[in-house]
Design a protein. Structure first.
Length: 441
């Protein structure tokens, strides 16, 4: 069989929006693997321009200044394939819509845009008959989007649970391994480049919530907006919480959870992000540093686990380039890739109606009757206590104080909220230190 020279293959014009770490890596990979990619696609990928804010900054040998442009709009109108790694809502949304209007397929790593207004992009892709790929928007290099919307398209997914933010996993892992405070562990993450100078989107859970929105929409064929995802971050997780989890044979992870709740006509979706205690024997408990891992539970396939690098320039660029190859193949050989399916139209259940087991940490007055009063409050709201751990605080305060750690059996979220409100109105409960859900049991 005679090998075809890549030089003889037609070229596909590629525009890259964003010349940061990921964009630079994508361009490097296209340059270094160009011949192999051409054989896999049946066409050459030719980068015709790179939209950037700073046209003077040196970005290395693979991004010559001649490729850089500030006119992103003109660039996307000339392209067959647009790769968007600039982030943010605007101008990314307008540029991608303009690209699709002019017949270009789109690859994006923009989780925030997809979570907030993915519907607009999906509809534009359908209207113009082009592809929209976004593997890199969820869990970096881990192949997750494609398995959910293609490999498991013939199955019924029940639940997706995982660690999808590397920064928060590094921070919690460091707190667990070293006993460090949240602030010290975060500072370490920033020094090593695992956390941004402004880590708000990560530590407040917003990044993980955007990914949960995308996963819920894909897994359950229903449109789930970012605003419908319950979101809690890790800023309130203390060294005391970490120690308590260890004492109970558990560890704390920031989890993204999307699942079906209810049955038949009452079936809905739950989409939530929060720090939770999981058993130390659970596979997610051993996910360390900035790695990601995701469990999928499906009716026929059973339990599947995906694990790997969740962030970073090269891993993310790998996922972006995988999408670019898929979109390019479609252009060369005809047809379009997978579409958005929202036929199920399942509503999102409010957190208040869900059931969870809880760990509640309280600071109380150390005197007779306190435990009975706390148990009575829980009982009044239909909450059953599983275990109690009490420790006297020898801090010289008067009256004497104690710390109480309580785990409960599963209870309705609204009942726990009501019980905590009642505690706030008593003299014996001095402070509700923390409230964490328990998952994976």
């Amino acid at each position: 069989m005679t090998s075809v020279s890549p030089a003889s293959l037609p070229a596909l014009r590629v525009a890259v929006l964003g010349a940061g770490t990921v964009g630079t890596e994508v361009i490097r990979l296209i340059a270094e693997q160009g011949e192999d990619l051409a054989h896999r696609i049946g066409a050459r990928l030719e980068v015709i321009g790179v939209a950037a804010r700073d046209l003077e900054r040196d970005r290395g040998p693979h991004v010559p200044r001649a490729l850089l442009t500030a006119d992103a709009s003109a660039l996307v109108r000339q392209a067959d394939l647009v790769i968007e790694v600039m982030g943010g809502i605007e101008p990314a949304r307008s540029l991608l819509l303009e690209a699709m209007e002019h017949g270009a397929s789109v690859v994006t790593a923009n989780k925030a845009l997809l979570a907030q207004d993915g519907v607009t992009l999906y509809e534009a892709a359908d209207a113009h008959g082009v592809d929209l790929h976004f593997e890199a928007a969820v869990a970096g290099a881990i192949p997750l989007v494609r398995p959910v919307r293609e490999s498991l398209a013939g199955d019924r997914i029940q639940r997706v649970l995982g660690i999808v933010n590397g920064t928060t996993n590094y921070v919690l892992d460091a707190m667990t391994r070293t006993g460090a405070s949240f602030q010290d562990a975060l500072a370490s993450a920033q020094e090593l480049g695992y956390a941004e100078a402004d880590p708000t989107a990560d530590v407040q859970g917003h990044d993980a919530a955007a990914k949960a929105s995308i996963l819920a929409s894909l897994a359950f064929h229903s449109r789930v907006n970012l605003s419908e995802v319950h979101c809690e971050g890790i800023t309130e997780v203390s060294a005391q919480d970490i120690a308590a989890a260890s004492r109970m044979g558990r560890t704390i992870k920031l989890l993204s959870i999307v699942e079906r709740v209810g049955e038949g006509e009452s079936e809905r979706i739950s989409a939530r992000v929060y720090p939770a205690l999981i058993p130390s024997s659970h596979p997610l408990a051993s996910v360390s540093e900035a790695f990601n891992a995701v469990f999928i539970e499906a009716d026929a396939a059973g339990s599947l686990m995906f694990y790997g690098q969740g962030a970073g320039g090269a891993p993310t660029a790998s996922a972006v380039l995988g999408d670019a190859v898929s979109a390019a193949r479609q252009r060369v050989h005809g047809g379009v890739g997978p579409r958005e399916y929202s036929y199920a139209e399942l509503a999102v259940a409010p957190l208040a109606e869900l059931r969870s087991a809880f760990y509640v940490s309280l600071t109380v007055q150390d005197r007779p009757g306190v435990l009975a009063a706390i148990a009575g409050t829980f009982s009044a709201h239909g909450i059953s206590i599983s275990t109690i751990h009490q420790e006297l605080l020898e801090d010289g305060e008067e009256p004497a104080r104690a710390h109480i750690g309580i785990t409960t059996h599963t209870a309705v979220e609204s009942a726990m909220t009501a019980a905590l409100t009642d505690f706030a109105g008593t003299a014996t409960v001095l402070d509700v230190d923390s409230v964490l859900r328990i998952e994976g049991e």
